[in-house]
Design a protein around this ligand. Structure first.
Ligand code: SAH
Ligand code: SF4
Length: 371
């Protein structure tokens, strides 16, 4: 499990079914189906386990390809059962993946990039300097590693430990759309990992031009990191809002495929003390999203060293939630998970980069004119 996959061997994990067929030149088509089944349904991690393949084919595959998992360079378990894995890829880059067990489900929070090019002021990942897109292979591998460690193979129809996937780890998935889409098609494939699109949620900070395509091509649930009810405030805490202001973002949400049938959009709203948590913010938010089938997830801010923000008080969060509920919106308050291992929303940042960290000044309330 802990071996580092070689740079020379090409990964088979992450190839689409067509790409897999294309590399198996001269091999009968049904072999590709068998290989797919071994990798994604049975979850084997070596070609030797593919016992129904001819030996020479197995040898050829071994010489050129790898189905090894990334190295797990750290594994932590929180007091509340949340687990966090630091995965290391052959080029030395690392990302974090988090498993959150609950009574009736088990959710994997996957990363889409090493770090993030965006710089949302309240997010630890946004302070990481080194950034690159994850390949489809690296995204799919996160799900496979989780299934390995949870002993959740072969793919089950019932009593799975890992039931849901959220793209809420490191990175902005819609800035790596192609690889995320390819990975998701593999993750949703019914002959393999087989996660229903209803059990997958993609969270975006608001990359407007990619949202419609995501809905049409993938049909997964959409979560929008809204966090502020007007452009002025949103731009201060999410600089991307300058490029894609709220009107455009809300319009594209209104038209997200599925909403016409009542499928709900999730709006995420991080509760930042004295920044976005007043009664008037709640009222403005209600006006903003009027008419969109939606729920609002209130996320108590998860602190990290030097952020400059504080979490809103519990009383404030409850009042905020009550106002939204009164207006007809479900607005659950997310229970922070894995805080003791820095695994909660927005706290992810690879350890290795912490050593050479890029220090960002704490958020300056006076300069931002928030009081
Ligand atoms: N880049 C994507 C997905 C990853 S972040 C996005 O921004 O949507 C997942 C969620 O955690 C987002 O809603 C993000 O805004 C939120 N988040 C970031 N930092 C946080 C923090 N310190 N406390 C609580 N939530 C945070
Ligand atoms: Fe990137 Fe999302 Fe963090 Fe913003 S909140 S910096 S988009 S990971």
């Amino acid at each position: 499990m802990d071996s580092v996959p070689s740079l020379e061997l090409k990964p088979l994990i992450g190839l689409s079914k067509d790409q897999l067929l294309a590399i198996l030149v001269g091999v009968p088509k049904f072999r590709a189906t068998q290989i797919w089944n071994w990798i994604y349904f049975q979850g084997v991690a070596s070609f030797d386990q593919m016992t129904n393949l001819p030996k020479d084919l197995r040898e050829k595959l071994k010489e050129n390809y790898s189905i090894e998992r990334p190295q797990i360079s750290n594994h932590q378990k929180s007091m509340d059962g949340t687990q966090k894995w630091l995965l290391k890829f052959p080029d030395g880059q690392e990302i974090e993946t988090v498993f959150i067990p609950e009574d009736s489900r088990g959710t994997l929070c996957v990363s889409s990039q090493v770090g993030c090019t965006l710089t949302c002021k309240f997010c630890h990942t946004g302070t990481q300097l080194l950034v690159r897109n994850l390949t489809a292979a690296e995204i799919v591998a996160q799900v496979m590693v989780a299934r390995d460690l949870l002993e959740d193979w072969p793919t089950k129809t019932e009593n799975r430990k890992l039931t849901n996937i959220v793209f809420m780890g490191m990175g902005e998935p819609l800035y790596n759309y192609e690889n995320v889409a390819q990975a998701l098609k593999i993750i949703m494939d019914e002959d393999g990992l087989w996660f229903s699109k209803k059990r997958i949620t993609l969270s975006t900070s608001g990359v407007v031009p990619m949202i419609e395509q995501c809905g049409k091509e993938l049909g997964v649930n959409l979560a929008i990191s809204l966090h502020a009810p007007n452009d002025d405030l949103r731009t201060k805490i999410i600089p991307l809002n300058n490029k894609y202001p709220l009107k455009e973002l809300i319009d594209v949400c209104r038209n997200y495929p599925g909403t016409e049938k009542g499928q709900r959009i999730t709006f995420e709203y991080v509760m930042l003390k004295d920044v976005n948590d007043s009664e008037s913010h709640a009222r403005e938010l209600i006006r903003l999203i009027k008419g969109i089938p939606s729920k609002i997830n209130l996320i108590p801010f998860n602190p990290w060293p030097g952020s400059g923000f504080e979490r809103s008080t519990s009383a404030r969060i409850k009042e905020f939630s009550a106002l939204l509920e009164k207006a007809g919106y479900a607005s659950p308050i997310r229970r922070p998970r894995g805080e003791d291992i820095l695994a909660a929303c927005g706290q992810l940042k690879s350890e290795s980069k912490r050593v050479v960290k890029h220090k960002r000044d704490p958020f300056d309330f006076e300069k931002a004119n928030i009081s």
